[in-house]
Design a protein around this ligand. Structure first.
Ligand code: IPM
Ligand code: MN
Length: 384
């Protein structure tokens, strides 16, 4: 039997614990049915509740504790809701969400993968029926760029105040994220060929490729990192003649994500531009209720990667048992698939979970159901 894989489950705030409960139920069924060497521990932090009791979002040694795990399954952080409760214990976002950024940084989770595929049964926000072909993977640089948190406020509160917020782009991080994008494009092409659902993308010289990487910058205004990204992209693309290349300015990309999102395959973007684009990508592929997200460290297997849906704590519906657990379950499926690098049985379980969630979405995605009802139906599909 493979070495035991250990998951740190951190439900967090708001609807986090509600959707995580369904993920844990699915994990339990998969573990029993396939005799998986899988364990998890639940942490009451990071969360508002922990802060209320201890005066901090998580213990001082939180990262050290989490380091012992193979993955972190995070529900959501932020306003715990419900919003009508005006006396609720509420922290500023910069405080309650800091652990998320600390985990990304502390464990060098330099890739944020956000797949956007409009699956049958998911809400189709775009009227054009070609939307059914939306199938892209947005790869967000997750370690630097606009998120380095360097800067400060000078003469704070005075009319002469100066606020600075630095952006830092290194060649090393640029190279690794772009190379990762090309690798994923190749991998997706291989999977599509296997599944008999090939796509074709034109390169500038007229040849046709099975996959594409689109680089996003704002190089017409932010030229220093934009030019470096462009050069690195051109260099690395030479090693991938089988992958078509493309570039979009971020503003034009927003427009095209709405007008022709089916034309994209793999998209590589900076930290902030990727953040913004992935909310848009989530909506055109069914909404926040179905959008998974993975924060990965592909280079150091000793550091945990972190898996959280993009939807956040949703204080407007928290506590009512009506949050859609679909995004959380798709995220859990991707986590299992990722963990399959060490134990192939986990990757099979991930595929099984994905298939069950997708089948349930196709069958009943349009119905209004409670968190528990959706969870029950998926557990049943898993053979509970
Ligand atoms: C996300 C979120 C976070 C981010 C926030 C909560 C700091 O929007 O995961 O996309 O900007 O990365
Ligand atoms: Mn975001």
């Amino acid at each position: 039997m493979a070495q035991t894989t250990r998951i740190a489950v951190t439900p967090g705030d708001g609807i986090g614990p509600e959707v995580v409960a369904e993920a844990v139920r699915c994990l339990e069924i998969l573990r029993t049915r396939h005799n998986l060497a899988l364990e998890w521990s639940r942490f009451p932090w990071p969360s508002h509740a922990w802060h209320e009791e201890h005066g901090e979002c998580w213990p001082q040694d939180a990262l050290e504790q989490l380091k012992a795990y193979d993955a972190i399954l995070l529900g959501a952080l932020g306003d715990p809701g419900p919003i009508h409760d005006t006396d609720r214990y509420l922290l500023p976002d910069s405080l309650s969400l800091a652990p998320l950024l600390d985990m990304r940084k502390g464990f060098d989770q330099w890739v944020c993968e956000r797949p956007a595929r409009l699956l049958p049964g998911a809400r189709q926000y775009l009227r054009d029926d070609r939307a059914k072909d939306i199938d892209m993977l947005v790869i967000r640089e997750n370690s630097e760029g606009e998120y380095v948190s360097q800067g400060g406020r000078l003469r704070q509160g005075t009319p002469d105040e100066v606020a600075t917020q630095m952006e830092v782009f290194t060649r090393r991080a640029t190279e690794r994220i772009i190379r990762y994008g090309f690798e994923q494009a190749r991998k997706r092409a291989g999977e599509r060929v296997q599944d008999g659902r090939t796509r074709s993308f034109q390169t500038l010289d007229g040849t046709t490729c099975e996959s594409q990487v689109c680089l996003i910058t704002k190089r017409n205004a932010l030229r220093y990192w934009g030019d470096m990204y462009t050069e690195v992209f051109e260099d690395i693309s030479q090693e991938y003649p089988d992958v078509a290349t493309h570039h979009e300015l971020v503003d034009a990309a927003c427009m095209k994500f709405v007008s022709c999102p089916w034309a994209f395959d793999v998209v590589v973007a900076s930290n902030l531009q990727g953040d913004i684009l992935t909310d848009l990508a989530a909506v055109i592929s069914g909404g926040m209720g179905v959008a998974p997200s993975c924060n990965l460290n592909p280079t150091n297997p000793d550091l945990p990667s972190m898996f959280e849906p993009t939807h956040g704590s949703a204080p407007d519906i928290a506590g009512q048992g009506i949050a859609d657990p679909t995004a959380m379950l798709f995220t859990t499926a991707r986590m299992l698939e990722w963990l399959g690098r060490k134990d192939p049985l986990l990757s099979q379980a991930g595929q099984e979970l994905f298939d069950a969630v997708a089948a349930e979405l196709a069958a009943k995605g349009k119905e209004q159901r409670s968190t528990r009802e959706i969870g029950d139906a998926i557990c049943k599909r898993l053979g509970a």
